[in-house]
Design a protein around this ligand. Structure first.
Ligand SMILES: Nc1ncnc2c1ncn2[C@@H]1O[C@H](COP(=O)(O)OP(=O)(O)O)[C@@H](O)[C@H]1O
Ligand SMILES: [Mg+2]
Length: 355
């Protein structure tokens, strides 16, 4: 199982520009979390801080028992090995074909033989749906395929924590859904802790187990998906519905007067864009049939049961609905797990379950 990442009181500035302050959250081990926020709120800065590429001036980031803001560079080097990162542009080497790009970390950081490397690279290429494209150069393929290749490369060193910066940027809605499915499948397959940074509404509604949102230099909230998806917080609602009405402005943040003026226009019949409120919560994506069952689902249910009484009422209702009458949950039940295991074993994998 992936490792927990615990962030407390984190504050980051560049010179006199405060990016965000007092950010506290825990990425639960092995679960998929998403950090949302309008452009420029410091999502990428947060992601880079987690791997020690940027240095927040206050707070702590504890990974596997080590506070990476206080540890030695040798310790940081070790901690970094736990991470696989997909940067926004995929960050592929343009002159290398996909095979060599994906193989790069293995050749650089391990002493594995070329035949071992081939086995691992092909396995990851298959997981991200790129089998057959090994000989292509990054310039010859679509943006979606480049992201998949970047993802495959992020996976070759068996990371326990996977950070993904805007997997949807530049992709159409259908390609975005495919990459979302791939991220869920990766979580099912390797049970790593995953953090996705995004401003994509569909992805936010369907992929993560936990969701947080950055706005106005603060973490507005972070918790089980049901908390944010049922939130009445104006900035959260505006973001999830993609409308012009709310605290998020075109470039600068709005003041109260401007917000009131806009609301008056809407009351008078002006269309503010975006979609109407979606009733309730859309179900979370499941792993593709044939993948192992996603262990995060059962773990999260157990975890959420414990903190249930601390959550807002709307979130509690949504969670209860998702758990269903039997309290087991519609995304995962022993029946489903058995089916999944059957598929999995039929595909020739060892599920570790005695037959
Ligand atoms: N290395 C850096 N030096 C100075 N300012 C930076 C640096 N990286 C990011 N910023 C600033 O931090 C802010 C947040 O950036 P970013 O994290 O990229 O936002 P997001 O990913 O949410 O769109 C921006 O104003 C950006 O200009
Ligand atoms: Mg960014």
């Amino acid at each position: 199982m992936g490792v927990e990442v615990s962030v407390e009181g984190l504050t980051k500035s560049f010179g006199s520009q405060r990016i965000w302050q007092d950010v506290t959250l825990t990425l639960p081990a092995g679960e998929v979390s998403a950090l949302l926020g309008p452009s420029g709120t410091g999502k990428s800065v947060f992601l880079k801080s987690l791997i020690g590429l940027l240095r927040p001036e206050q707070g702590s980031i504890v990974i596997d028992g080590t506070n990476i803001l206080e540890c030695s560079s040798k310790e940081l080097y070790e901690i970094r090995k736990l991470f696989g990162v997909l940067f926004q542009d995929g960050a592929l080497f343009g002159s290398m074909n996909l095979f060599d790009n994906v193989a790069f970390p293995l050749r650089e950081h391990t002493k594995k033989s070329e035949s071992e490397i081939r086995k691992i690279v092909m396995e990851k290429m298959e997981l991200v749906g790129l089998l057959g494209a090994e000989d292509k150069l990054p310039g010859e393929i679509s943006g979606g395929m480049r992201k998949r290749a970047g993802l495959a490369r992020a996976l070759v060193l068996d990371p326990q924590i996977i950070l993904v910066d805007e997997p949807d940027s530049g992709l159409d809605p259908v390609r975005t859904t495919y990459i979302s499915q791939t991220l869920i499948d990766i979580n099912a397959e390797i049970d790593a802790t995953i953090l996705i940074v995004s401003h994509n509404i569909n992805l936010a509604r369907t992929v993560p187990d936990n969701i947080g949102m950055l706005f106005r230099r603060h973490l507005v909230m972070f918790g089980p998906r049901e908390v944010l998806l049922t939130s009445e917080e104006p900035v959260v609602k505006q973001f999830l519905n993609g409308t012009m009405i709310g605290p998020i402005g075109m470039s600068e943040e709005k003041d109260e007067a401007q917000m009131a003026q806009e609301q008056a226009m809407v009351d008078a019949g002006h269309h503010a864009g975006g979609v109407d409120d979606v009733e309730g919560i859309v179900p979370q994506m499941k792993a593709t049939p044939g993948m192992p069952f996603r262990q995060a689902v059962a773990r999260r249910q157990e975890r959420v049961r414990h903190i249930m009484h601390t959550l807002p009422e709307n979130a509690q209702i949504a969670i209860q609905e998702s758990l269903g009458a039997d309290g087991v949950g519609d995304e995962w039940s022993p029946g489903d797990a058995d089916t999944d295991r059957m598929y999995f074993e039929a595909a020739g994998f060892d599920t570790g379950v005695a037959k």
